[in-house]
Design a protein around this ligand. Structure first.
Ligand code: SAM
Length: 211
């Protein structure tokens, strides 16, 4: 399998063609071997235009969704970012190429351990994986310039709004447990200014401020 070629095709047909043009983002996606983050038997499907199962009833998100959510954060390189929902670790790996430091929280320790192992193999050093209920955020390292929630929430958790810095950006799917809208909130004078990036489907955010 020529994964590098598959990756370039994915970027061209699934990501650029849908309007993602940011050069730093495209180069970050190009530098991360997505096949490493999917289970052994699924490697041939790693570059398909869809989410894939990663065990524990969870998924690695569709490549375009990863690109769109990352673009929403407008990262320039100096930011501290919180991800809620580590899953495979793929999204965190992309973020690590675009921000200074990434904290990522996963409620399933098996997934967190697996993600941590892959990230170590790839020698990515600016990601800290934490096991816990990320719907509470991660106060210890706050405030965050960007927060990305990769599971569907009933509403934007107050805990996360609190831990976002002024002018910080939060991207999060909000809706019911079957379908959501992808929302971007930018914090201005302590309040979020919201834009809607359209419909999406994520596994539920489970926890104190989730389902
Ligand atoms: N970002 C992931 C990736 O790149 O593979 C995909 C994440 S998957 C769509 C959503 C993840 O959110 C699942 O792994 C799930 O266990 C996790 N999750 C759900 N509720 C959570 C919570 N309250 N705290 C932390 N993780 C949570």
């Amino acid at each position: 399998m020529d994964f590098e070629k598959m990756r370039e095709e994915m970027i061209k047909h699934q990501i650029q063609r849908r309007g993602i043009r940011d050069k730093r983002l495209l180069s970050a996606i190009s530098s991360i071997p997505r096949e490493k983050f999917v289970p052994e038997g699924e490697k041939n499907s790693a570059y398909l235009d869809c989410p894939l199962s990663i065990g524990m009833g969870q998924t690695i998100s569709q490549p375009f969704m990863v690109a769109l959510m990352t673009q929403c954060l407008s990262l320039k390189g100096a930011e501290t970012v919180l991800e809620v929902g580590t899953g495979s670790g793929y999204q965190a790996a992309i973020l690590s190429k675009l921000a200074k430091m990434v904290y990522t929280v996963e409620r399933h320790s098996q997934l967190a351990d697996r993600a941590e192992k892959i990230l170590k193999e790839l020698e990515i050093k600016n990601i800290k994986v934490v096991v816990g209920d990320g719907s509470n955020g991660l106060e210890e390292y706050s405030p965050y310039d960007g927060i990305i929630v990769t599971a569907g929430a009933p509403e934007i958790p107050q805990s996360l709004i609190k831990q976002l810095s002024e002018k910080g950006r939060i991207v999060i799917p909000v809706g019911n447990s079957f379908s959501q809208d992808l929302l971007l909130g930018v914090k201005e004078k302590g309040k979020l200014k919201i834009s809607n990036y359209g419909g999406c489907v994520f596994v539920p955010l489970v926890g104190q401020y989730g389902w």
